[in-house]
Design a protein around this ligand. Structure first.
Ligand code: SF4
Length: 251
């Protein structure tokens, strides 16, 4: 099973976000981790595919996604904004760094020029401050301020210590089996008041895979699926209590 750890670096432009991400990636690679990244683009008119290209014409004709395969690069183009979960279907790396994605259940590093910019983004998911302000201060409230150029070792030690397996992101009404919402539990893990294992979604005797990719299902649906499958299969010849059951559904 692939365990992906997420880390987001956020801050307004010209605070050192990309430099911070770049230095973290290099150090993680030096430590032999596999690393992917996702960059949020805050520009409405953004698109990579120019009007008139062959891939643009495929897309306009209705293909979605469209893949452009070159000798050195492969670009898979979707014609809509995907949520993070769907983007991560393409990733199998140990760390995925998010640049500019602020909302979500993952640890964050804020880059800033001044303390006002820190305050704008400060919440319980923040593990450190970096960027240009790290030339002026080395601590903000209870958070370390770490310069990614001069002290990348220290920054990545902290990342190794604080990042954990990607959390689910269910609305509270779908799951609160741990006694909290996914967001609340994430914040508690980051603050050292809970553990990643306190999310009990994976402690299940039923797993669902779509296209070989494991899909997280809330305890209520797990129970429903488990009882339905067991209800039918236990009536069949060959059923043995306690043995595992595998069902495959073709398209
Ligand atoms: S058990 Fe896991 S999926 Fe359910 S609310 Fe808690 S953190 Fe979210």
């Amino acid at each position: 099973m692939i365990i992906i750890k997420l880390l987001s670096v956020c801050g307004v432009s010209s605070t050192g976000k990309t430099t911070t991400i770049e230095n973290i990636i290099k150090e993680l690679k030096k430590r032999r981790y596999t690393v992917g990244s996702v960059k949020e683009i805050h520009f409405e008119g953004f698109n990579i595919d120019d009007k008139g290209t062959n891939t643009y014409r495929h897309s306009k004709a209705g293909a979605n996604p469209v893949t452009a395969r070159g000798y050195k690069e492969t670009d898979i183009l979707y014609n809509s904004r995907l949520n993070l979960e769907k983007i991560l279907y393409h990733y199998t790396q140990e760390f995925v760094l998010l640049e500019g994605i602020e909302k979500g259940n993952f640890p964050k590093i804020i880059t800033a020029n001044n303390t006002d910019e820190i305050e704008e983004r400060l919440d319980d998911t923040v593990i450190a401050i970096s960027g240009k302000i790290s030339n002026k201060i080395d601590k903000y409230k209870d958070l370390p301020v770490i310069n990614s150029i001069k002290e990348v070792d220290k920054l990545v030690d902290l990342i190794e210590d604080k990042c954990f397996e990607k959390m689910p992101d269910f609305p509270e009404e779908c799951c609160s089996a741990c006694g909290f919402s996914c967001e609340e539990l994430t914040k508690m893990i980051i603050k050292g008041k809970a553990k990643r294992e306190d999310c009990i979604i994976n402690e299940t005797n039923i797993k669902l895979f779509i296209n070989n990719k494991e899909i997280e299902i809330v305890p209520f649906v797990q129970k429903l699926l488990y009882n339905s499958v067991l209800g039918v299969v236990s009536e069949l010849d060959g059923y043995k209590e306690g043995k595992s059951i595998k069902v495959e559904v073709g398209s």
